[in-house]
Ligand binder design. Sequence first.
Ligand code: CO
Length: 134
Amino acid sequence: MLTKINHIGVAVTSIEEALPYYRDQLSMNYEGNEEVAEQKVKVAFLQIGDSRIELLEPTSDDSPVAGFLKKNGPGVHHIAYEVDDLVSALQKLEAQGVRLIDKEPRNGAHGTKIAFVHPKSSGGVLTELCQPGN
Ligand code: CO
């Protein structure tokens, strides 16, 4: 069902301030940034091999990422596993009693379809399932 770790999401207060560490000091390949209005975040992607680091900056005070930052401060926010078929992955998990935040796929960055598993069902690790766009 899962094919690889697509990316690791990191909550930051400012992409501009966080970027030099990843792009310049760690020399990761910066792929640009994009606003995901549905989640009230701006995201920046840094490529590392087959995976990415996704920096998440809230664009509004009622963004879920703003809530995370208030509670925990900046840091690791979620792990995103890649799947070939998100709808069937969600059905399988739900059939096994796994609690889902998103029962239906929603729009992520770069034309991806994403859904989150509830941390109560994933040992406190916010888990995203991510199906690449075409
Ligand atoms: Co993500």
